[in-house]
Ligand binder design. Sequence first.
Ligand code: FE2
Ligand code: FE2
Length: 342
Amino acid sequence: MAAVTADQTTQGTAGTADEAEAGRLAAFDATVAADDRIEPRDWMPDAYRASLIRQMAQHAHSEIIGMQPEANWISRAPSLRRKAILMAKVQDEAGHGLYLYSAAETLGTSREELLDKLHAGRQRYSSIFNYPTLTWADVGAIGWLVDGAAITNQVPLCRCSYGPYARAMVRICKEESFHQRQGYELLLALSRGTPAQHEMAQDAVNRWWWPSLMMFGPPDDASAHSAQSMAWRIKRHSNDELRRRFVDICVPQAQALGLTLPDPDIRWNEELGQHDYGEIDWTEFQEVLKGNGPCNEQRLTQRRTAHENGAWVREAAAAYADKHAARAGTAGTAAQPVEATA
Ligand SMILES: [Fe+2]
Ligand SMILES: [Fe+2]
């Protein structure tokens, strides 16, 4: 809904600029408090806009960088069926990036600008994608744990206060749930396979478990953006709350898979009605964040190269759009062939 109309903002000539500003802010706050959506044309505080651009850009970047570790296995998938599934999944991630860049553009930024910032290292993507995919089982562990953690994080975003982001998340979450299942099913097949396959599945889970827990971000008391994001109803639950929820989901699933989670401290907490888990190594998280993870440089270099190699596609698309614009402009006014003007 519209938080404030033009009439409301210009009405009452006696009102000062400060009063008008206060009125717009009150209308924005009321929309958020009523759990209605803020839409692109609505007035919004600059900090809200900036915070959304930061979050949505980081999310979009994560989707497209996340294609790399898995694409690494497309040519080596063990069967045609597995290859087709993995290709569909990686394509989905490209699509998620596109929805999110488009949603971010409604805030007055452009995809080009966001990509430039990613390539310059001025905007981040999820740290999880700075880890390597060493075996085929990693494709399963990513689907089960990384896409699983993403779903836990993102389902509440379907109710986020910014309309275009919330709506993009509905479709993304549906697709993420397919990704999570394909990973789970892949690991189940390996776990029930030969001893070597079972071991490969366990090794992948051992390596991906802790980085997946880190995907929920720093602990609540160290999270820079959390409190304000919760007040704006961009975020609905704290990092630790979502992390614990994720652990609760994974424990029975790991049992069903016949695999163990690499944390001896996981145990049921009767009082909380949830699982406790061990200490996370935040030093590792900070190091990966600073660019010192195993694949940071490789991921960014590959992204920049892909962008440069795709320049001709963007140029061709722009030329094609210009041609059509010219055709639309001359339609009905001249009998000249459109190609001549393109
Ligand atoms: Fe995705
Ligand atoms: Fe996914």
